[in-house]
Ligand binder design. Structure first.
Ligand code: 3PG
Length: 213
Protein backbone atom coordinates (compact mmCIF):
# COMPACT_ATOMS: atom_id res chain seq x y z
CA UNK A 1 0.00 0.00 0.00
CA UNK A 2 1.49 3.33 -1.05
CA UNK A 3 1.30 6.38 1.22
CA UNK A 4 -1.16 7.98 -1.22
CA UNK A 5 -3.41 4.92 -1.01
CA UNK A 6 -3.10 4.95 2.77
CA UNK A 7 -4.22 8.58 2.92
CA UNK A 8 -7.29 7.78 0.79
CA UNK A 9 -8.24 5.07 3.31
CA UNK A 10 -7.56 7.30 6.30
CA UNK A 11 -9.64 10.11 4.81
CA UNK A 12 -12.59 7.71 4.51
CA UNK A 13 -12.23 6.83 8.21
CA UNK A 14 -11.97 10.48 9.22
CA UNK A 15 -15.24 11.15 7.43
CA UNK A 16 -17.11 8.53 9.48
CA UNK A 17 -17.22 10.72 12.60
CA UNK A 18 -15.83 14.08 13.74
CA UNK A 19 -13.90 12.52 16.64
CA UNK A 20 -11.56 9.54 16.97
CA UNK A 21 -11.35 8.56 20.65
CA UNK A 22 -7.75 8.03 21.76
CA UNK A 23 -7.82 5.11 24.18
CA UNK A 24 -5.36 4.08 26.87
CA UNK A 25 -6.58 0.67 28.00
CA UNK A 26 -5.23 -0.73 31.24
CA UNK A 27 -7.42 -3.83 31.41
CA UNK A 28 -8.26 -5.75 28.23
CA UNK A 29 -11.51 -6.93 29.83
CA UNK A 30 -12.87 -3.40 29.46
CA UNK A 31 -12.04 -3.28 25.74
CA UNK A 32 -15.21 -4.76 24.30
CA UNK A 33 -17.81 -2.98 26.45
CA UNK A 34 -15.89 0.25 25.98
CA UNK A 35 -15.78 -0.10 22.20
CA UNK A 36 -19.45 -1.05 22.11
CA UNK A 37 -20.36 2.01 24.20
CA UNK A 38 -18.44 4.32 21.85
CA UNK A 39 -19.86 2.78 18.69
CA UNK A 40 -23.37 3.02 20.19
CA UNK A 41 -22.75 6.73 20.78
CA UNK A 42 -21.83 7.27 17.13
CA UNK A 43 -18.02 7.04 17.22
CA UNK A 44 -17.06 3.97 15.18
CA UNK A 45 -13.36 4.78 14.62
CA UNK A 46 -11.23 4.01 17.68
CA UNK A 47 -7.51 4.41 18.33
CA UNK A 48 -5.99 2.13 20.94
CA UNK A 49 -2.61 3.47 22.01
CA UNK A 50 0.22 1.00 22.52
CA UNK A 51 1.06 2.57 25.86
CA UNK A 52 -0.08 -0.25 28.08
CA UNK A 53 0.56 -3.98 28.34
CA UNK A 54 -3.12 -4.59 27.61
CA UNK A 55 -3.18 -2.65 24.33
CA UNK A 56 -2.54 -5.48 21.86
CA UNK A 57 -5.07 -7.78 23.49
CA UNK A 58 -7.54 -4.88 23.61
CA UNK A 59 -7.15 -4.38 19.86
CA UNK A 60 -7.87 -8.07 19.19
CA UNK A 61 -10.97 -7.88 21.37
CA UNK A 62 -12.23 -4.67 19.80
CA UNK A 63 -11.57 -5.87 16.28
CA UNK A 64 -14.41 -8.36 16.78
CA UNK A 65 -17.20 -5.93 17.55
CA UNK A 66 -19.77 -4.97 14.95
CA UNK A 67 -19.62 -1.52 13.47
CA UNK A 68 -16.23 -0.55 14.90
CA UNK A 69 -13.05 0.34 13.04
CA UNK A 70 -10.18 -0.23 15.42
CA UNK A 71 -6.69 1.10 14.88
CA UNK A 72 -3.49 1.31 16.86
CA UNK A 73 -1.81 4.50 18.02
CA UNK A 74 1.51 5.42 19.59
CA UNK A 75 3.29 3.26 17.00
CA UNK A 76 6.95 3.98 17.66
CA UNK A 77 8.79 1.10 15.96
CA UNK A 78 8.37 -1.28 13.01
CA UNK A 79 7.73 -4.03 15.58
CA UNK A 80 4.77 -2.02 16.93
CA UNK A 81 3.33 -1.83 13.42
CA UNK A 82 3.76 -5.57 12.92
CA UNK A 83 2.12 -6.38 16.27
CA UNK A 84 -0.78 -3.97 15.65
CA UNK A 85 -1.50 -5.47 12.25
CA UNK A 86 -1.32 -9.01 13.61
CA UNK A 87 -3.81 -8.08 16.35
CA UNK A 88 -6.31 -6.89 13.75
CA UNK A 89 -5.73 -3.13 13.68
CA UNK A 90 -7.23 -1.61 10.54
CA UNK A 91 -5.15 1.55 10.66
CA UNK A 92 -2.13 2.94 12.50
CA UNK A 93 -1.24 6.30 14.00
CA UNK A 94 2.20 7.70 14.85
CA UNK A 95 2.99 10.73 17.03
CA UNK A 96 5.91 11.61 14.73
CA UNK A 97 7.14 9.86 11.63
CA UNK A 98 10.38 8.19 10.58
CA UNK A 99 11.34 6.41 7.36
CA UNK A 100 11.44 3.10 9.26
CA UNK A 101 7.79 3.55 10.30
CA UNK A 102 6.73 4.51 6.78
CA UNK A 103 8.50 1.45 5.33
CA UNK A 104 6.95 -0.86 7.93
CA UNK A 105 3.42 0.47 7.35
CA UNK A 106 3.86 -0.09 3.61
CA UNK A 107 5.22 -3.57 4.11
CA UNK A 108 2.40 -4.52 6.50
CA UNK A 109 -0.30 -2.87 4.35
CA UNK A 110 -1.44 -0.87 7.36
CA UNK A 111 -3.04 2.48 6.40
CA UNK A 112 -1.04 5.06 8.31
CA UNK A 113 -2.06 8.39 9.80
CA UNK A 114 1.46 9.77 10.25
CA UNK A 115 2.23 12.43 12.83
CA UNK A 116 3.65 15.85 11.98
CA UNK A 117 3.95 19.09 13.93
CA UNK A 118 5.71 21.57 11.63
CA UNK A 119 5.51 22.82 8.04
CA UNK A 120 8.71 20.94 7.23
CA UNK A 121 7.40 17.67 8.65
CA UNK A 122 4.06 18.09 6.87
CA UNK A 123 5.85 18.84 3.61
CA UNK A 124 8.20 15.92 3.88
CA UNK A 125 5.25 13.56 4.52
CA UNK A 126 3.42 15.10 1.55
CA UNK A 127 6.48 14.41 -0.63
CA UNK A 128 6.13 10.74 0.30
CA UNK A 129 2.42 10.83 -0.62
CA UNK A 130 0.73 11.34 2.76
CA UNK A 131 -1.89 14.05 2.24
CA UNK A 132 -3.71 13.19 5.49
CA UNK A 133 -1.66 13.60 8.67
CA UNK A 134 -2.03 13.70 12.41
CA UNK A 135 -1.14 17.10 13.88
CA UNK A 136 0.44 16.36 17.23
CA UNK A 137 0.61 17.66 19.91
CA UNK A 138 -2.07 20.02 18.61
CA UNK A 139 -2.57 22.30 21.62
CA UNK A 140 1.04 22.81 22.69
CA UNK A 141 2.20 23.09 19.05
CA UNK A 142 -0.04 26.10 18.43
CA UNK A 143 -3.64 24.91 18.28
CA UNK A 144 -6.24 25.79 15.69
CA UNK A 145 -4.54 29.10 14.87
CA UNK A 146 -1.37 27.29 13.88
CA UNK A 147 -3.25 24.80 11.69
CA UNK A 148 -5.14 27.63 10.03
CA UNK A 149 -1.81 29.26 9.18
CA UNK A 150 -0.53 25.99 7.67
CA UNK A 151 -3.59 25.77 5.40
CA UNK A 152 -2.48 28.86 3.46
CA UNK A 153 0.73 27.39 1.97
CA UNK A 154 -0.28 23.72 2.34
CA UNK A 155 -4.01 23.45 1.57
CA UNK A 156 -3.53 19.98 0.11
CA UNK A 157 -2.53 18.55 3.51
CA UNK A 158 -5.49 17.70 5.73
CA UNK A 159 -5.11 16.93 9.41
CA UNK A 160 -6.50 15.06 12.36
CA UNK A 161 -5.27 17.19 15.29
CA UNK A 162 -4.82 15.45 18.64
CA UNK A 163 -3.25 16.39 21.95
CA UNK A 164 -5.16 18.84 24.10
CA UNK A 165 -8.36 18.64 22.05
CA UNK A 166 -11.57 18.72 24.11
CA UNK A 167 -15.29 19.26 23.76
CA UNK A 168 -14.73 22.98 24.31
CA UNK A 169 -12.13 23.55 21.57
CA UNK A 170 -12.92 20.74 19.09
CA UNK A 171 -15.22 23.00 17.08
CA UNK A 172 -12.36 25.50 16.52
CA UNK A 173 -10.40 22.76 14.79
CA UNK A 174 -13.34 21.17 12.98
CA UNK A 175 -14.32 24.47 11.38
CA UNK A 176 -10.96 24.69 9.55
CA UNK A 177 -10.83 23.66 5.88
CA UNK A 178 -7.72 21.53 6.46
CA UNK A 179 -9.18 19.51 9.37
CA UNK A 180 -11.01 16.26 8.60
CA UNK A 181 -11.63 15.11 12.17
CA UNK A 182 -10.01 15.41 15.60
CA UNK A 183 -8.68 12.85 18.06
CA UNK A 184 -8.82 12.95 21.82
CA UNK A 185 -9.00 11.07 25.06
CA UNK A 186 -11.64 13.30 26.66
CA UNK A 187 -14.45 11.04 25.43
CA UNK A 188 -13.23 8.24 27.70
CA UNK A 189 -12.48 9.47 31.24
CA UNK A 190 -10.60 6.86 33.24
CA UNK A 191 -13.03 7.05 36.16
CA UNK A 192 -15.98 6.08 33.96
CA UNK A 193 -14.05 3.10 32.59
CA UNK A 194 -13.02 2.04 36.10
CA UNK A 195 -16.66 2.25 37.22
CA UNK A 196 -17.85 0.40 34.10
CA UNK A 197 -20.27 3.27 33.45
CA UNK A 198 -20.74 2.51 29.76
CA UNK A 199 -23.93 4.56 29.47
CA UNK A 200 -22.01 7.67 30.52
CA UNK A 201 -19.32 6.87 27.92
CA UNK A 202 -22.03 6.51 25.28
CA UNK A 203 -23.42 9.90 26.28
CA UNK A 204 -19.98 11.56 25.93
CA UNK A 205 -19.58 9.83 22.56
CA UNK A 206 -22.96 11.20 21.46
CA UNK A 207 -21.89 14.75 22.32
CA UNK A 208 -18.67 14.28 20.36
CA UNK A 209 -20.40 12.61 17.42
CA UNK A 210 -22.74 15.53 16.95
CA UNK A 211 -20.04 18.20 16.84
CA UNK A 212 -20.52 20.26 13.68
CA UNK A 213 -17.89 20.22 10.94
C1 3PG B 1 -2.59 11.28 21.44
O1 3PG B 1 -1.89 10.32 21.64
O2 3PG B 1 -3.08 11.52 20.33
C2 3PG B 1 -2.80 12.23 22.54
O3 3PG B 1 -2.04 11.87 23.63
C3 3PG B 1 -4.20 12.41 22.95
O4 3PG B 1 -4.14 13.57 23.65
P1 3PG B 1 -5.21 14.00 24.74
O5 3PG B 1 -5.09 13.03 25.86
O6 3PG B 1 -4.80 15.41 25.10
O7 3PG B 1 -6.58 13.96 24.07
Amino acid sequence: MTPAEASVEIEKLCRLAPVIPVLVIEDARTARPLAEALVRGGLPVLEVTLRTDAAIEAISEMARIDGGVVGAGTLLTPADIKAAKAAGALFGVTPGTTDALVDAARAETLPLLPGAATATEALSLLEKGYSVQKFFPAGPAGGAKYLKALSAPLPQVRFCPTGGVSLTNAADYLSLPNVLCVGGSWVVPTDLVAAGDWDAVTELARQAATLPR
